[in-house]
Write a protein that binds this ligand. Sequence first.
Ligand code: PXP
Length: 396
Amino acid sequence: MSQINYLEINPLPKDWERRIRKVLKELKNFYPKKSSNFTLVLTNKEKIQEYNQRFLNRNFPTNVLSFRGEGNYLGDILVSVEKAKEEASFYQLPLEDYLIMLVIHGFLHLLDYDHEKGLYAPWLMLKNEVKLCERFCINKEKILNFLRRREYMPAKLAVNVDHVATVREARKTYYPDPVYAAVLAELGGADGIVVHLRLDRRHIKERDVKLIKEIIKVKLILEMSLDKALIEFAKTVKPYQVTLVPEKVEEVTTEGGLELDGRVEEVKAVVKELNKGGIKVSLFLNPEEKVLELAKKTGAQIVELHTGKYAEALEENERIKELERLERASFWAKELGFIVHAGHGLNYENIMPVAALPTIEEFSIGHSIIGRAIMVGIKEAVKEMKELIIRSREGK
Ligand code: PXP
C-alpha cells in the first residue's frame, strides 16, 4: 500500500486526499513491480528546506524531493504544500492539479528518471510527466502547457569579459585581448557577452565593443551609464541590449542599483532613444518592489537585479534573507511584465541557490569566471559555471 503522511501540516480537504490516494494507487501500476510501495509526505516549507539542506546541501525550500528506498520499498516523496500553493498561485494553475503534478515528478524520480542526467534524460522525464499528468489532472491543458515550457529551460549565462581588459590595461599592452576571451566564452557555452564601457575607459575600450559585436554569434550586452556620448556610441554599435548602470569614477566596481527616484523621465527618454535604435534596455536595480514599480514607468524591457548584497552576506541568515529578497523581487518584476536578469558578485560557491529561482532568466557574471579562467582557462571556466546554473533548477 502506498500512503500519505502529514509532517507538521494540517491534512488536506478529504476530497483532495481521496483524489491523490487514487493517483498514488494508479501510479503504482505504472511500475511493473506491483508489490512496490512508496510514501507521500506532505509538509511545510521549513521541513522541506531542512531536508534539502541535510541531504542535498541546498539551503532553500524546494517544492518536491524524492528519496529512493531499498528492495521492494520504492521510497519517499516529500512535497511542500506551502511552496506548491505559492507556485500554483504565481503560475495561475489550480493547486490540486499542481500538487498532483509534483507527486508525479517525485514519483518518476523514484523510478530513476532524472531530468538532470545526460542529454536525453530531460526529454524522457518530461514525456512521462506529460503522459501521467494527461491521465490524472483535471485542467489538463493548463498543466500540460506549463510542463512543456517550464524549468527544463535553465537560466542563461551572460559572461562579462571586462577583467580580461583590466589585465591588459595593467601593463597598457595589447594582450590579453577581451575579444579573444569573448570568442572562448562563447565556445564554453556563454549565451551572451557583456562589456562595461566605463567613463574612464579603465578596461574596455570602444575598439573592444566594436570587434566583439563583429565576431560573436551570441548577443552582445553593453553596460553603460546614461552619458550622452555613450548613448550615441551604443546607437552606432547596436548591441542586442544596453544595461543602464549608475557609475562613479572613484568606485572599484558598480556599487548600487540605478537610482530612479526623481529620474524616471530622464531614464524613460534614454530607454526610448535606445529602443528606437533597435536596442533592448535593461536597468540594473536594487531588488526592491518600490524601485521596480518606478522602473515600470520607464518602459524598459528588462531588469537586472543586483545580487551584490546576497553575494557579500557573510552570515548564513543574512544570505537567506537576501536570497528571499531576490526571490520576492524577481516574482514581482515578472508580475510587472519584465524579463528578469540578475548579477554582481556571483561566483562558483553562491550561484546555485539564486540560479534555482525560476523567475530569473539570465545571470550576468564576470569577475569570478575570469578569476577562475586564470586557473583553468576561459572555456572550462564558463562551462563549469553553466553546469551549475543548469543543475540548480529543480535539481538534486
Ligand atoms: N551586472 C552588472 C550590472 C555589473 O555592473 C557587473 C560588474 O561589471 C556585473 C553584473 C558582473 O559582476 P561580477 O563581475 O561581480 O560578476
